[in-house]
Design a binder for this molecule. Structure first.
Ligand code: NAD
Length: 244
């Protein structure tokens, strides 16, 4: 029996890599995105800030997949600045996508997940939830909320047989980070600084994050719920001595 997965933000970066890996492992995958991908996925246009759009898209995904076993809540957007820099409208918008977006999709998917023998939700959180990063006040606040939401959802749904976990990527080499680098005054220097911030000295790949998502989503993680799996080149856990 092949499991059925819904991946939000499945049109790019980490979401697309996760959808690709889940499909390689035999799952049927529907990608919900503002810009959904085509074959081999079921691409469904959806805006996670619009409850009606989410409900319609999740129902369509369940219909075309024949149910939902796995939800990868991954769609997200960034924001830069200190608490002095972002207007209220941007605070509301980024929370709407990164936090309430996950709530909307989970809410719509839960009736299907309850009918699954292997139900799992994986939320894409971030190193920004567990480490203080400069110029990321708003973004970090949303990811801190995602971490807490993951734990609360894991508690609420454990007796329904639904596991809920999150992955905490470090800076990952995705189109999003490419856009950030392009916008920097000196993209090469910016890339070098981001590489150096991670103890492994390099960015994380989307495929490495996808592998963690696929693990948490699959039946082999059947005893794992309410956890955050760091995929961050050692950024959260390690404190190295300087090289020189
Ligand atoms: N790239 C990183 O360094 C990094 C690090 C930690 C966490 N993350 C998280 O990983 C997730 C994916 O990021 P990425 O780097 O792959 O970004 P990305 O920009 O490459 O992909 C994000 C996808 O989400 C979609 N999306 C955005 N807003 C949407 C909306 N309102 N409704 C539906 N879809 C929407 C976009 O169309 C896009 O396809 C995000 O939650 C992000 O916070 C990324």
């Amino acid at each position: 029996m092949s499991l059925k997965a819904v991946v939000t933000g499945g049109g790019s970066g980490i979401g697309l890599a996760a959808a690709t890996l889940l499909a390689e492992r035999g799952m049927k995958v529907a990608c919900l995105d503002l810009n959904p991908p085509g074959e081999p996925f079921i691409g469904i246009k959806a805006d996670v800030t619009d409850d009606a759009s989410v409900r319609t898209a999740v129902a369509e995904a369940a219909e075309r997949l024949g149910g939902i076993d796995v939800l990868v809540n991954n769609a997200g957007i960034g924001a830069q600045g200190t608490v002095e820099d972002n207007p209220d409208s941007e605070w509301h918008q980024v929370f709407d996508v990164n936090v309430v977006g996950m709530v909307r999709v989970a809410r719509a998917a839960l009736p299907y997940l309850r009918r699954s023998e292997h139900a799992a939700i994986v939320n894409t959180c971030s190193i920004a939830a567990t480490a203080g990063l400069p110029q990321r006040a708003l973004y970090s606040a949303t990811k801190g909320a995602v971490l807490s939401l993951t734990l609360a959802m894991a508690a609420d749904h454990i007796r329904e047989g639904i596991r809920v976990n999150c992955v905490n990527p470090g800076t990952a080499d995705t189109p999003w980070v490419g856009r950030l680098l392009d916008a920097a005054p000196d993209p090469e220097a910016e890339r070098a600084a981001l590489n150096a911030r991670q103890p492994m000295g390099r960015l994380v790949s989307a495929e490495e994050v996808a592998a963690a998502i696929a693990y948490l989503a699959g039946p082999e993680a059947g005893a794992t719920t309410g956890t955050a799996l760091a995929v961050d080149g050692g950024m959260q856990g390690l404190r190295l001595r300087p090289t020189s």
